[in-house]
Design a protein around this ligand. Structure first.
Ligand code: IVH
Length: 674
């Protein structure tokens, strides 16, 4: 028993130490497996000697009983809110007001990310977490102690001994982007409702009556201030207070810095704005705070916001607008996608008037109807989407969407295969929409890269009857093109030249350009590596196709079906006749492909090559390069400013290489001399 008690203490110290390194310092020392082993040993010992369990044991984060309702907690010091600034001028005004009141020339500020989560106040007495509350109305909040205790980055007891006997810390509970995405993917797979954004997800997760549900949610916390403090004076600058909090094991954002004057503030705003998309969590702006606490006292408050701080907001990524109609678009493979036509709205830095609704199931699950007021979301470079409907604003005559049974372009039947989410037009190349999309794809940058042949021009050439399939492109004459809308002599000549230039290509590009279903760039590269010639691919059997790395039965069937269509063979022939050519590939056997079968993700930016170049290098070595990190990923290559993908890789314990390590790997595999 005595030994057990000693070992239990040892394990708790060890686990707390690693928690601190992992969550606060961001520098884990041991692999997750080792950490789990410690935790399991502690759990085993505690279940043998339940009398030795204490509330601050790292095992006590999960499993508490659900509560019937939230208790109310009156904050010892009110939790204030912040005034907002939306422009540089408003920030200058803020700085001027501060300087005038303090009668100083320049002010030192602390600049912090404005985390998009929910504010909490956590109370430590003698170093033990005793209470946690939401902000509520600023005076009274809800008791969420049981849930906050399940957040791994919130210490249950403080480190060291020099902390104040009473310490209330203030901070933001949030959900990292990667965790939010995973949670929503899971909800989607189960046909459940998704959360609109990480903030709502964090709030919903924290306000759970059952802490076991909260514990399952990927919540995290950053501290950015203090509330009531008793028994020990804190430093007299905010930046030093934050350092102290870090020392006591509390998590403070590494993005927080001290800056001088309004120039420093605005510079920070730009830097963080550029970083916004690559951060692993959402921020909706930055917060500026006067650093010296005596100056803060001098400045005081107005209503419920301090005069010594302000939030400088980024452009909103979500806005409300009206859904005017739902139309359908026919894609290259006949996929019919419902698209929301919206009352134009400025969101995420651009005016959005269309947003994808993905497929029929999605429209049903989100219960989107024509006439609804919807939340449109555009985060980073992601295509705009209808995040949710505001049900309370639904008009009586809102109209549900009905998937057409006939293709709106060619009138062919629309079918939906069991188990597939997408409905498809069965018209194939008879369908003008599919034909146009196929030509657009053929001309695109990663395919034949025909400069100047954009979507609009493809539409015109098709509508004028000048082209019916991709091979017709190479029969175009300059005088046929001149005279089309916005096509002068010069542009027409340029187009003919670009077409001529595109004839010198590579086998992978050509294969990709053909638009065979499920044959993306990576598969095209694998096929070229494996078979080396177009003839070999055209005549390959189903079995032979499946021998190619990452070609499964479905993809193989699509390839086979494509080359069994006389029409397709005819088009390919015509293209070759027109002079399309590529350098001969020396046969590369699979065994010479050191990365065959490896699934690799590139993220962040590389300084020595573009992402496309890196991708090609990897593909040439046989790797499959994909766009998102999942359990199937073998390796992640992270350049600078890698964001959520890197975070996810870390979470899933996937091997990560930085640029230098990546270059080294390429060198090792480089078969060319030198
Ligand atoms: S300071 C008096 N710092 O923004 C100071 N708030 O709009 C009050 N927030 O309720 C808060 N990041 O939920 C502060 N670095 C940060 C913050 C932050 C996010 C949230 C917090 C607060 C709201 C006010």
């Amino acid at each position: 028993m005595k030994d057990a008690s000693k070992r239990i203490q040892q394990l708790r110290d060890e686990i707390n130490h690693h928690n601190y390194l992992y969550y606060v310092q961001d520098e884990p020392e041991i692999p997750d497996a080792e950490y789990d082993r410690c935790l399991r040993e502690l759990q085993a010992l505690e279940s043998k000697y339940p009398e030795l369990i204490t509330p601050d044991s790292p095992t006590q984060r999960v499993g508490a009983e659900p509560v019937k309702a939230f208790g109310q907690i009156r904050h010892k010091l009110p939790m204030l809110s912040l005034d907002n600034a939306f422009s540089d001028e408003e920030v200058s005004d803020f700085d001027r007001r501060v300087r005038e009141r303090l009668q100083v020339d320049t002010v030192e500020y602390v600049a912090e990310p404005k985390l998009d989560g929910l504010a909490v106040s956590i109370r430590y007495e003698n170093g033990q977490l005793v209470q946690a509350a939401t902000r509520g109305d600023g005076v009274t909040g809800e008791d969420v102690t049981h849930n906050v205790r399940t957040i791994a980055s919130v210490p249950l007891s403080l480190r060291g001994h020099d902390y104040p006997p009473v310490l209330e810390i203030r901070g933001e509970v949030y959900m990292p982007k990667a965790g939010f995405q995973q949670m929503n993917e899971r909800a989607k797979a189960k046909g459940e409702k998704e959360f609109v954004n990480p903030r709502n997800a964090a709030a919903g997760s924290l306000r759970q009556l059952d802490p076991r549900v909260s514990a399952e949610r990927p919540l995290a916390m950053y501290c950015y201030g203090v509330g009531q403090v008793e028994g020990l004076a804190l430093p007299d600058k905010h930046s030093d207070v934050l350092s102290s909090l870090r020392q006591w094991g509390l998590r403070v954002s590494p993005e927080i810095t001290t800056v001088q004057g309004v120039t420093g503030l605005l510079k920070y705003y730009r830097i963080l704005g550029d970083k916004r998309d690559s951060l692993p969590y959402e921020i909706d702006g930055v917060v500026y705070k006067v650093n010296r606490l005596d100056q803060r006292d001098q400045l005081g408050f107005v209503a419920r916001a301090p005069r010594w701080a302000i939030a400088h907001k980024f452009p909103a990524q979500e806005e409300l607008t009206q859904l005017l109609d739902i139309e359908v678009q026919v894609g290259r493979t006949g996929a019919i996608t419902p698209v929301a036509r919206l009352e134009p709205v400025f969101v995420g830095g651009v005016t959005v008037s269309n947003a994808t609704l993905h497929n029929e199931d999605e429209v049903k699950r989100k219960d989107v109807r024509i006439g609804d007021t919807v939340i449109v979301r555009r985060a980073g470079d992601v295509i705009p989407e209808v995040a949710a409907v505001v049900l309370s604003k639904r008009p009586k005559n809102a109209k549900p969407f009905v998937m057409p049974t006939q293709c709106p372009v060619c009138g062919s039947d629309v079918i939906k295969i069991e188990g597939e989410a997408v409905a498809r037009c069965t018209g194939g190349l008879f369908c003008a929409a599919q034909r146009k999309q196929a030509i657009k794809h053929f001309a695109s940058r990663k395919a034949m890269d025909i400069d100047g042949l954009g979507d609009k021009l493809v539409e015109q050439l098709s509508d004028e009857g000048l082209i019916h399939d991709v091979a017709d492109l190479y029969t175009l004459k300059q005088d046929q093109v001149t005279g089309l809308e916005r096509m002068g002599e010069k542009s027409a000549a340029n187009l003919i030249e670009a077409l001529e230039k595109s004839k010198h290509t590579s086998l992978p590009r050509f294969l990709f350009a053909l638009g065979i279903r499920e044959v993306g760039e990576a598969t095209a590269q694998s096929l070229a590596n494996y078979f080396a010639t177009l003839e070999a691919i055209e005549t390959a059997s189903l079995e032979q196709l499946q021998d190619v790395p990452d070609v499964g039965p479905v993809v193989a069937a699509h390839i086979l079906a494509f080359f069994q269509q006389p029409h397709n063979i005819e088009v390919v022939e015509k293209l070759i006749q027109a002079g399309i050519n590529w350098p001969v590939i020396e046969h590369v056997a699979e065994t010479e492909q050191p990365l065959a079968g490896q699934v690799i993700v590139l993220t962040g930016s590389l300084s020595t090559m573009s992402r496309d170049e890196a991708k090609q290098e990897l593909q040439a070595l046989g790797a499959k390069v994909t766009g998102s990190v999942s359990k199937k990923t073998d390796l992640v290559i992270a350049g600078t400013e890698a964001g959520s993908k890197l975070a996810k890789a870390q979470q899933l314990d996937i091997e990560i290489l930085d640029e230098a390590q990546f270059i080294k790997m390429l060198k090792v595999h480089d078969k060319s001399p030198g």
